[in-house]
Ligand binder design. Structure first.
Ligand code: IPE
Ligand code: IPE
Ligand code: MG
Length: 244
């Protein structure tokens, strides 16, 4: 029996979020420049997006570039931005073939104009696709997002606020909270990603570096997720008896 056969089809997470980490270390391990790791990482993005679409996952959010990543050496930031431009153009036909709709979260106004245009084109082209929603987090950080939400609330003069109205001011307002968060490369931190939205998400960490992550590794994460009990503060008995 293959790993895939062990996945329970009607208990899949609706939304998977991934912190794609370890590209630089992957390259360094083989004596290559960090950019080779990022290029190989794009191949993993392709494989994981296709696999999620095939499995029938509804949302996949990929942390591609954080607010803090702007502080990397200029050469790496520039190279990452041109990789982004190339990738989006190259991958649009695959997104169309797999019925994937692209969207972004983050302060995309900070991206180079060329990248912004490519993204708008791809988002428009894939807007009518009805399968997987691929959410790319670009120039994203959770603290930026939360402060941005608070600013909008102040600007609108809103005095009454609760959790659900607050969430409508976040960039993820039309996206359900992630059920499963995967972080690769053996780092055990959240790095300013979806702090609000991860409140009850199941966390999965693997030592595998992102360029080595593949569909089999994703199946492993899904099987692990399906063996957890999500209690949301309740007792185990309440969950197993389905009482409220
Ligand atoms: C993740 O890989 C990709 C981005 C943050 C853009 P890294 O570039 O962080 O790789 P490591 O962590 O240095 O190995
Ligand atoms: C997190 O990875 C951001 C992305 C994957 C885009 P980093 O490599 O930037 O995170 P830290 O600095 O190790 O926390
Ligand atoms: Mg890293």
């Amino acid at each position: 029996m293959s790993l895939k056969d062990n996945i329970i089809k009607d208990q899949l997470p609706r939304h998977i979020a991934i912190i794609m980490d370890g590209n630089g270390r992957w390259a360094k391990k083989q004596g290559l420049l960090r950019m080779f790791g990022h290029k190989k990482g794009v191949e993993t993005v392709h494989e994981i997006t296709e696999t999620c679409a095939e499995l029938g996952i509804e949302y996949l959010t990929l942390y591609a570039f954080s607010t803090e990543n702007w502080n990397r050496p200029k050469e790496e930031v520039d190279a990452l931005m041109s990789l982004l431009v190339d990738t989006i153009e190259k991958e649009t036909p695959t997104l169309m073939k797999n019925n994937v709709r692209l969207t972004t979260i983050g302060d995309t106004s900070r991206l180079p104009e060329k990248a912004q245009t490519k993204f708008i084109n791809c988002i428009n082209q894939t807007a009518c696709n009805t399968g997987l929603v691929l959410v790319l987090a670009l120039s994203y950080s959770s603290r930026w997002e939360i402060v941005n939400a608070v600013k909008q609330i102040i600007d609108k003069g809103i005095k009454q606020i609760d959790e659900s109205t607050f969430a409508t001011f976040l960039t993820t307002s039309h996206i359900p909270d992630p059920d499963l968060l995967i972080r690769t490369s053996g780092e055990y931190r959240i790095s300013n990603f979806l702090l609000w939205q991860l409140a009850y998400t199941e966390l999965y960490f693997t030592d595998t570096l992102w360029p080595d992550f593949n569909k089999e590794e994703l199946y492993k994460a899904l099987i692990n997720y399906q063996n957890r009990e999500r209690r949301f503060g309740k007792t185990s008995e309440q969950i197993s008896n389905n009482t409220h």
